[in-house]
Design a protein. Structure first.
Ligand SMILES: Cc1ncc(COP(=O)(O)O)c(C=O)c1O
Length: 469
């Protein structure tokens, strides 16, 4: 990290913790230069960065001031409402029409599902691709196709071990991203017509997979901070023949909610009691802002009931389409399903990632990535507090790059989506995250892109549109 970025972070922390209050003057460039032992130009660069993040503003001939938050930070959304016991899923049309309109590269990408590609070490990965291909024997190219690249599988197993999960390498199947892992996982434990417990709201692809496999959703409400409502899940598992669960235990998409360890244990006990497998979607675990990665429910799995799905798409290599599944007692069925459909992800992509994990400095890259995402989250929260109308609520997750906004009841997020798109701003409207197309007054916004004047202007415009409802 550069010196001015460190200084900007120090001051941002003073603002975040309230030591520097809204409206208060921050130290002059000369004072800051003396007290932090850096040059005036470093202080200027730090202050410009804080201005871009929307945390301070310059006033002519008076210096820099902490921006007022137009009220205090926005409150947290409430527990999501009760939902019908079971729902036929049919959201694909809506999801495709929303996703199709996000493709324009000139929009402000608040609706995107990915962080900015600028945050990924693409040049270093390309070097890994070249050198690993040079060393790959023709025999390995064929061998790696079915099982997965052996080096990559070792590296993945090692990462599980470091996060405290012992995982035999034989449990791993390398897949085309997490989405294939999730598809195969669910397919291995269900048949058309079965009931599957899912979160509400949930990642829209989960709804599409259920739709494709003709499964019925049992939507379980999710608390915006604490995660899935275990009381409702317990009741549904007791009264309905649920065949599988599909949940995210950490940094849930779209809410960012995480179960703490005791709630993870309670959830696992329920699965054990009813012998229901869990498809655990864990693609954001490495994007934690705290010191340690959260423990997956897979870490508690003594019976092979958890099908744990991960990916490099969100942390390292979007577009390489490399993910994996640790399939527990369903591993063989999953591996066979994969052989019957896609056989394998591209071997060059696998070897490139394996080489990068060994030699490229993945942990250093992750530290920088998490840091950028957390700073950008602060900027978006501060901006929302300035521009969005009273009555808006928002999550504040400890990881990932999504914020979930609950707007005043009269706001129609599908209408907001259309208005915003016409002004070059994308967002993900609430109904695409629900089998019953609820959450009409909610939206998910992505803060995975560098914060700058365009982002600030887009938030201001969104604020004006929100007030027009
Ligand atoms: C929660 C969640 N699971 C899975 C995926 C799919 O991951 P991949 O790109 O590795 O297939 C995504 C991507 O948007 C996601 O948000």
């Amino acid at each position: 990290m550069k010196r001015y970025e460190r200084l900007a972070d120090t001051i941002a922390e003073l603002i975040r913790t309230g030591i520097l209050a809204p409206g208060e003057r921050i130290p002059s460039v000369r004072q800051a230069s003396q007290s932090y032992g850096v040059s005036p130009s470093t202080v200027f660069q730090a202050y410009y960065l804080l201005e871009d993040r929307g945390l301070i503003q310059a006033r002519a001939r008076s210096g820099y001031f902490v921006r007022s938050l137009a009220g205090l930070p926005l409150p947290e959304p409430q527990l999501t409402p009760a939902v019908p016991p079971t729902t036929e899923v049919g959201v694909s049309e809506l999801v495709f029409s929303v996703l199709g309109s996000l493709k324009n590269p000139h929009t402000v990408p608040f609706g995107s599902a990915f962080p900015s590609p600028d945050l990924f070490p693409m040049a270093r990965l390309a070097r890994s691709m070249t050198s690993s291909l040079r060393n790959l024997s023709p025999h390995d190219i064929i061998a790696d196709m079915t099982a997965g690249n052996a080096d990559l599988m070792r590296q993945i197993a090692l990462r599980y071990m470091v996060s405290g999960v012992r995982l035999p390498i034989e449990e791993l199947v390398v897949t085309n991203g997490a989405l294939e892992a999730l598809n195969l996982g669910l397919q291995s434990v269900t048949q058309a017509g079965d009931l599957v417990a899912i979160e509400s709201p949930t990642f829209y692809a989960c709804l599409q997979v259920l739709e494709r496999l003709q499964l019925k959703a049992v939507e379980i409400p999710v608390h915006p901070r604490d995660g899935i409502d275990l009381a409702v899940l317990r009741e549904r598992m007791g009264s309905l023949p649920i065949k599988a669960c599909w949940f995210m235990s950490s940094f849930q998409n779209p809410l960012g909610a995480s179960l703490d360890n005791s709630r993870k244990q309670q959830l696992y006990n329920l699965l054990q009691e009813h012998q229901v497998p869990l498809i655990e979607d864990d693609v954001y675990a490495e994007l934690h802002y705290g010191e340690r990665p959260p423990m997956p429910i897979k870490g508690l799995d003594s019976e092979g009931l958890v099908i744990h799905c991960g990916s490099f798409s969100k942390t390292l290599a979007p577009g390489y389409r490399v993910g994996w599944v640790a399939g527990g007692r369903f591993t063989e069925r999953i591996a066979r399903l994969k052989l019957m459909t896609t056989i394998s992800p591209s071997v060059p992509a696998q070897t490139a990632i394996a080489d990068y994990l060994q030699h490229g400095g993945y942990d250093r890259h992750l530290r920088k990535l998490r840091h950028a995402l957390q700073r950008q989250q602060e900027a978006m929260l501060a901006s929302a507090a300035r521009h969005f109308p009273k009555g808006t609520r928002v999550t504040q997750p400890d990881g990932g790059y999504f914020l979930w906004f609950e707007f005043p009841e009269q706001v129609d997020s599908l209408q907001l989506f259309r208005l915003a798109l016409a002004q070059g701003i994308s967002l993900a409207p609430g109904p695409i995250f629900s089998a019953s197309q609820s959450f009409r007054h909610c939206a998910r916004l992505n803060h995975g892109h560098a914060w700058g004047p365009d982002s600030e202007r887009a938030m201001e415009l969104l604020g004006r549109m929100l007030r027009s409802f």
